[in-house]
Design a protein around this ligand. Structure first.
Ligand SMILES: [Zn+2]
Ligand SMILES: [Zn+2]
Length: 146
């Protein structure tokens, strides 16, 4: 984020700005998302479109990251349950997607997090496909498991 008092870019969301000593979110001189100069009356930044009053910071991103990773693990686990032995390659596809999701979620934040969700949707797609496949080929599925 950027300090709303002096416009300096800060790592994370510290309580006090290392550059000016003010509380980074208390002022209204700079956009906290892109660092553009704003007036106290500005509600939405003209440069980046972020809500100036809102914190677009690490806390929010961190929660999304955790959710993203947990979802990927959950979905790949279910894909594994439904495809175990019968269609092992589907499990590997979902596992690779889940690993990508995890890596992306850890090394990226902000806009790039969208990409980790796209990978999550990929895992979800494989998962739904696996269930549909199982439902369609019910007899075959029971035979292979009994
Ligand atoms: Zn500052
Ligand atoms: Zn901005």
């Amino acid at each position: 984020m950027f300090c709303k008092n002096c416009g300096k870019e800060l790592i994370g969301t510290p309580e006090y700005c290392l550059n000016c000593g003010a509380k980074p979110l208390a002022a209204h001189s700079f956009c906290q998302n892109c660092g553009a100069a704003i007036t106290p009356a500005t509600e939405i930044c003209v440069k980046c479109g972020a809500k100036v009053g809102e914190v677009v910071g690490e806390t929010k991103g961190g929660k999304s990251k955790t959710t993203s990773v947990l979802l990927a693990v959950f979905l790949s686990f279910w894909t594994w349950l439904y495809t175990y032995r019968k269609d092992a390659w589907k499990f590997w596809v979902s596992l690779v997607l889940a690993i990508f999701t995890g890596i992306l979620a850890v090394v990226t934040s902000g806009v790039s997090l969208v990409f980790s969700w796209i990978f999550n949707l990929g895992v979800l797609g494989v998962w739904i496909w696996a269930i549909v496949d199982t439902a369609v080929k019910k007899d075959e599925w029971y035979r292979s498991y009994s």
